[in-house]
Design a protein around this ligand. Structure first.
Ligand code: ADP
Ligand code: MG
Length: 253
């Protein structure tokens, strides 16, 4: 999609857990070519919102549109195939496999999700094509010369970056990241931020759910702030940072 085109629209999303309203009538959108941050204090409903918009969890009411399709209620696998890629807050790499094989596995979520479970029974040409693409994605994130190291031997920050490469191997339209900076050291956060900006400049659209305010503020084009399940404020980083309601919400947490 051309830069600026709306690609994701969350419309009046609601999620109830029994009597608790974790997400309360939240609406926002993401346009092609931007990095949008979804932030808020602990318990604000960020992870629940993330799960709703990636179709990891069903909504109580509301809709999510992705590329002009209503994806509410779709299986996550099918949504991934449409080009909506997600990463996990807790790294889900295969530690005993090489970097290259980890990324190659990611290529399947878009193309032939069933093949992975079937044990990667591919013909040679297809296998070569996938490995070639995986190598290209590793080079893109600066790990091209470490393709044959084991994923489990990497420091946490590098594992996070590898997980992004795995998501990119499926050639997503939208990359949705859940707290990618959590647990990273300052230097690792900087590297991650540099990578995400580079990807954005290459045309990847990114939605990042993040608790770390400083990390997000320096990174994103636009922010959506949640508090107590509702959308509190939406805007550019400078405006959000200066907003009294946002300051109060973070101070109170
Ligand atoms: P955040 O990610 O912003 O910290 P969450 O989305 O994890 O917030 O949680 C929002 C609210 O929903 C919290 O009060 C949390 O306790 C509650 N919650 C989240 N997941 C569940 C669940 N599976 N069952 C019941 N309550 C939940
Ligand atoms: Mg969370």
């Amino acid at each position: 999609p051309a830069r600026g085109t709306p690609i994701l629209a969350v419309e009046a999303a609601v999620k109830r857990f029994g009597g608790l309203v974790a997400v309360n009538e939240v609406s926002f959108g993401v346009n092609a070519g931007e990095i949008v941050g979804l932030i808020g204090p602990n318990g604000a409903g960020k992870s629940t919102m993330f799960n709703l918009l990636t179709c990891t969890m069903p909504m109580t009411s509301g809709r999510v549109r992705f590329l002009d399709r209503d994806i509410s209620g779709m299986a996550q696998r099918d949504v991934a195939r449409l080009g909506l890629a997600r990463t996990f807050q807790h790294v889900k790499l295969r530690p005993h496999m090489s970097l290259l094989d980890n990324v190659a596995l990611g290529a399947h979520s878009r193309t032939r999700a069933g093949v992975v479970r079937a044990g990667l029974r591919l013909d040679r040409a297809e296998e070569q094509q996938i490995l070639h693409e995986a190598q290209r994605q590793l080079a893109r994130i600066g790990l091209g010369d470490r393709a044959h190291e084991l994923a489990g031997s990497l420091p946490l920050g590098t594992q996070r970056i590898l997980e992004i490469a795995r998501a990119l191997a499926a050639d997503p339209v939208l990359l949705v990241l859940d707290e990618p900076a959590a647990g990273l050291r300052r230097k690792e956060k900087e590297e991650l931020g540099d990578l995400l900006r580079k990807l954005r400049d290459e045309g990847v659209t990114i939605l990042i759910v993040e608790h770390d305010m400083d990390f997000v503020m320096k990174l994103v084009d636009r922010l959506v702030v949640m508090n107590f399940g509702s959308k509190l404020v939406e805007g550019v980083p400078a405006a959000v940072r200066a907003d009294e309601r946002v300051q109060a919400a973070y101070l109170g947490s």
